[in-house]
Design a protein around this ligand. Structure first.
Ligand code: SF4
Length: 271
């Protein structure tokens, strides 16, 4: 009962659209959840803010009707809330939604000037039809946490047959077709910090316009709560487990190494 009350304090969890939530990376970001029904992802990251993923799959299908998302979006816009950017993320991996292209189009028609971004683990980008569906976005932020296959399996715990190599190949294929910006988001923990140089070599190959250096700031929830789609703090009155994070000094070290090897622009959560 207490959980329910807390959830309602933050936003309407019956909606496929949540927030706006303040993002250190994106500003006031309105979240779009193309999955919604339960946590569904092709990864089961050890730090996931959704907790243990309920449905680990790389099945691309319609999870909820696009019209439901568009209607939920329209009601937020009609309520007059300020929105800087729209971000597809939510209850799992948004590119698993086979109708995400209809959502992008419908939202663009309602608000042509609000940029549309996606946070994706890039596992589906090796599929041509998935790449085509998200070409209408303004920015695609891909997750790369692991410098090698062993750490990939340990941190991201992907669905069967997904490899780091297939993810990288998918991103490269998408780069050839996409006109917007591609950024990389990396979650650093003590486990992958040791291999910063190896990760830098992957980033050099991809050459994103920005690397977002992140570390898990929120504890890992031990149960599923739709409220966790947002990135706000202070709502966990259910059981959680704290995660090992980088100290500010370690984050500075990582940032310096990445900058030196890649020459890329780095944005750190610590700055
Ligand atoms: S990719 Fe995102 S949603 Fe999926 S398990 Fe990892 S952190 Fe969670």
């Amino acid at each position: 009962m207490k959980d329910k009350k807390l959830e309602q304090e933050h936003f309407n969890n019956k909606s496929t659209v949540y927030g706006p939530v303040t993002s250190w990376r994106l500003g006031e970001s309105l979240g779009i959840d193309p999955i919604f029904v339960e946590s569904t992802c092709s990864f089961n990251c050890i730090y996931c803010q959704l907790g243990n993923i309920q449905n680990i799959t790389d099945t691309v299908k319609e999870y909820i009707p696009a019209q439901q998302v568009i209607d939920d979006y329209r009601s937020i816009i009609d309520s007059g809330k300020k929105v800087d950017v729209i971000t597809y993320s939510g209850s799992g991996e948004p590119t698993l939604a086979a109708n995400i292209d209809q959502m992008i189009k419908g939202i663009r028609e309602l608000t042509p000037n609000i940029p549309q971004y996606i946070l994706t683990n890039a596992t589906e980008l090796h599929k041509e039809e998935v790449r085509k569906r998200i070409l209408g976005l303004d920015k695609v932020i891909v997750k790369i946490d692991a410098p090698n296959e062993k750490i990939f399996q340990a941190i991201n715990r992907p669905a069967a047959d997904i490899t780091l190599e297939s993810v990288i190949e998918g991103i490269k294929a998408f780069q050839k077709e996409f006109q917007g910006q591609i950024e990389v988001q990396t979650m650093f923990m003590p486990m992958n910090k040791k291999e910063t140089q190896q990760l830098a070599e992957i980033l050099k190959e991809i050459k994103p316009s920005l690397v977002q250096l992140n570390t898990p700031k929120r504890p890992y929830p031990m149960s599923w709560h739709r409220e966790n789609r947002g990135n706000h703090l202070g709502i966990a009155d259910y059981e959680t487990r704290s995660l090992k994070v980088l100290s500010p000094e370690e984050a500075q070290e990582v940032e310096a190494t990445l900058t030196k090897i890649t020459g890329l622009k780095i944005q750190s959560i610590y700055r």
